[in-house]
Design a binder for this molecule. Structure first.
Ligand SMILES: CC(C)(COP(=O)(O)OP(=O)(O)OC[C@H]1O[C@@H](n2cnc3c(N)ncnc32)[C@H](O[C@H]2O[C@H](COP(=O)(O)OP(=O)(O)OP(=O)(O)O)[C@@H](O)[C@H]2O)[C@@H]1O)[C@@H](O)C(=O)NCCC(=O)NCCS
Ligand SMILES: Nc1ncnc2[nH]cnc12
Length: 304
């Protein structure tokens, strides 16, 4: 059963490190809960993955809270940008360890630690609108981190080299254009035309999928999978989006296609979480969260 919870706070919320970390974790949980997402983990199941689940994604999100708070603290207190870049690089790598410990070695959120970590740091540097925060995050991403390994050995790095795409690193260095120019405008336009919050968030995800060079899709399915995901996402939006019957039918087709190909747009999911983070930063006193009531009968234990 889906419920929309709206909580308004009378007193202004101060965006300190604890609040920023809460907002980042909430954005990750909201992304994981959003259903039905094509090929991705959601409340229906593990999508195209065999080692991921909704509960694992939520456990990972909560385990990352101290890392986000530490990055926000660094952003708020360190004026030397090179030193700040080194500091958040170290925290980001420690965050990956927290994630791996929480998930018994499954990569749930490496891309999200990177994107949301940079954005939380940039948000803590001072009051600003979404585009300015993203620009600051981009400037941090472009700085050299001497402690970073020359090669991560991750799939994204290999795929970037093979296909000549920018991936997670390129998106951050360009100041998250798919978040500021694509997903946020789609989220706001969908809400403005009366779509449900779920449909508006799904449309934001689809808008990102329609153009992103998602290295998760490329790593598992090559250019054919990336083209199928982009074409399918455009088809859903052209059919009216997730708030319409025709759009939902196209979304079911896209989901079936990605599952048949065993591929998932994990990079787009991370950027949706980044979008929800920036959206909430603009309205910290007015939080709208689709919440699902999960019974133990449905999911075994809900303790995490
Ligand atoms: C710069 C880093 C992100 C390192 O990147 P690297 O090049 O080493 O590559 P990956 O770690 O493989 O990829 C980065 C992840 O980013 C997401 N992503 C992909 N494309 C894009 C895109 N175009 N724009 C933005 N984000 C993108 C994606 O993350 C999601 O998918 C992950 C699951 O991936 P994976 O396990 O590979 O795939 P599966 O299919 O599930 O695997 P199998 O089951 O088949 O085995 C999941 O994590 C999602 O989050 C990419 O995976 C950065 O990590 C870095 O340098 N960090 C150092 C610390 C630092 O400096 N931090 C700074 C402050 S935070
Ligand atoms: N919901 C999700 N499913 C699979 N991979 C993801 N990476 C980030 N969010 C994800």
């Amino acid at each position: 059963m889906t419920m929309l919870t709206e909580i308004s706070y009378a007193a202004p919320v101060e965006l300190n490190g604890a609040v920023l970390a809460d907002i980042a974790v909430t954005a990750l949980v909201d992304e994981a809960m959003l259903t039905p997402k094509p090929g991705l983990v959601d409340m229906r199941g593990s999508g195209a993955h065999t080692d991921l689940s909704w509960l694992l994604m939520c456990r990972s999100a909560h385990a990352l809270r101290p890392a986000f708070e530490a990055m926000a603290h660094a952003g708020a207190t360190m004026d030397d940008l090179s030193a700040l870049r080194r500091r958040i690089g170290a925290i980001g790598r420690a965050g990956e360890t927290l994630m791996m410990n929480a998930t018994a070695g499954v990569n749930t959120h490496r891309g999200a630690i990177w994107a949301l970590g940079l954005l939380v740091t940039a948000a803590a540097q001072g009051d600003a609108d979404a585009r300015t925060i993203a620009a600051r995050a981009g400037a941090l991403a472009r700085l050299h981190d001497p402690a970073a390994p020359a090669s991560t050995g991750n799939k994204g790095e290999t795929v970037r080299r093979i296909y000549g795409v920018g991936g997670a690193r390129g998106q951050a260095e360009a100041a998250f254009p798919h978040v500021t120019d694509v997903a946020l405008p789609m989220l706001h336009a969908s809400r403005a035309r009366g779509d449900s919050e779920t449909a508006a968030q799904l449309n934001a995800l689809l808008a990102v999928m329609a153009g992103l060079d998602d290295t998760c899709l490329l790593a598992r399915g090559g250019p054919a999978a990336l083209t199928a995901a982009q074409t399918g996402a455009k088809a859903v939006l052209h059919a009216g989006g997730a708030g319409t019957d025709t759009g939902r039918a196209a979304l079911r087709e896209l989901d079936a296609d990605l599952l048949a190909r065993r591929v998932s747009p994990g990079g787009a999911a991370d950027l949706l979480a980044a979008t929800l983070l920036l959206d909430r930063l603009a309205h910290p006193n007015h939080r709208t969260t689709p919440q699902l009531q999960v019974t133990e009968a449905q999911h075994g234990t809900t303790a995490f």
